[in-house]
Design a protein around this ligand. Structure first.
Ligand SMILES: NC(=O)c1ccc[n+]([C@@H]2O[C@H](COP(=O)([O-])OP(=O)(O)OC[C@H]3O[C@@H](n4cnc5c(N)ncnc54)[C@H](O)[C@@H]3O)[C@@H](O)[C@H]2O)c1
Length: 315
């Protein structure tokens, strides 16, 4: 499948942060129609580009709504599965995470196989790996998820491989830490970036927990959209790929760039160390470069500047 031009696509979770950027990318790529399936619990249709090629249907994965999936998928060429109860729900509502991310995901992939959808691209997560220190995550290592969320994502991957045995093409993407405009749609967990930009905007110092040397792999949302669309058009399928910058950024470095970008004269303030002390969560991105010819290109400074502009109503 060389192009998405004139294709019919389904984006689950399309009203959310990454999903809404993906919908914009798909419209630019010339798709004929995008059907967004989203519970609208965290996402907001206001995130979506105003286009007569986009239809939003309120759908809660893991509920009785799933009975209608075959109908929704009828005629679809590609399904991008991004709807999920996320990490922050894992502790307080494990059953909701399993319903949405395992039961709902199974129903979706089964309906895709049955409806003769050509390809499914599943947005999995670094949390499928489980470990929080050591070297970069490599796709060939044995995953040992340690949260219900991570377990649910890994289960989703396995369900996809199981259902892809009879002709359904599939690729799995393990996103690292995605950031960018529209990241926080008004409810739930706020990323370190959004939380600290909000503090800077309010004239408060950004907060570092512990020594600030914990490191993460930040990848800008436009780069992630590009990788996700490539996974839908690439010749190769059956792939599990990390989607990250491949670069380690410590919280100290991140906040320094954020302070610069904001133009505020702020100093970081310290809070006692939390569970992230000493952690390192970075993706090895050699495989995606080799298989899809993709690598993240947005420098942290530019991505943060665009995020800051959006937070200040200029994005
Ligand atoms: N943001 C990140 O850094 C990151 C990292 C790794 C993986 N991911 C994965 O990428 C995907 C998108 O994440 P995001 O950051 O855009 O999250 P988000 O919360 O902004 O978007 C998720 C969307 O899914 C919808 N949703 C949640 N539960 C649902 C359900 N049961 N049925 C239907 N819709 C439901 C929400 O309303 C929301 O619009 C998720 O699958 C997430 O696990 C994100």
């Amino acid at each position: 499948m060389a192009t998405l031009d004139e294709s019919v696509v389904v984006v689950t979770g399309g009203a959310g942060f990454i999903g809404s950027h993906l919908v914009s990318g798909l419209l630019k790529a010339g798709v004929a129609r995008v059907l967004v399936l989203d519970s609208l619990r965290y996402g907001d249709p206001a995130n979506l580009a105003d286009s007569d090629r986009v239809e939003v249907v309120e759908h809660c994965f893991g509920s009785k709504d799933d009975a209608a999936l075959a109908r929704h998928l009828d005629g679809a060429d590609v399904v991008f599965h991004l709807a999920a109860e996320k990490h922050n729900q894992s502790k307080d509502s494990p059953a909701a995470v399993m319903d949405a991310n395992i039961k709902g995901t199974h129903a979706l992939f089964a309906a895709a196989a049955e409806s003769k959808v050509r390809r499914v691209v599943f947005s999995s997560s670094l949390y499928a790996y489980g470990r929080t220190n050591g070297g970069p995550y490599v796709e060939t290592e044995v995953p040992e998820p340690r949260t219900v969320y991570g377990i649910s994502k890994l289960a989703g991957e396995h369900l996809l491989w199981h259902l892809a045995q009879n002709g359904l093409e599939a690729n799995v993407l393990r996103y690292l830490f995605v950031y960018g405009p529209k990241q926080f749609a008004g409810m739930g967990y706020k990323s370190v970036i959004i939380k600290n930009f909000e503090r800077l905007r309010a004239g408060l110092p950004p907060t570092v927990y512990g020594d600030g040397r914990q490191s993460l792999d930040y990848v800008y949302v436009d780069d992630v959209v590009e990788a996700t669309m490539l996974a839908a058009t690439a010749e190769r399928t059956g792939l599990t790929l990390n989607v990250g910058s491949g670069r380690k950024t410590t919280v100290n470095e991140l906040l320094d760039v954020m302070i610069d970008v904001s133009g505020k004269k702020a100093k970081k303030c310290s809070e006692p160390a939390d569970w992230t002390a000493g952690s390192s969560r970075v993706g090895d991105v050699r495989r995606i470069e080799e298989q899809l010819g993709w690598r993240a290109t947005t420098p942290l400074e530019s991505g943060l500047a665009r995020t800051w502009a959006w937070m200040n109503g200029n994005g």
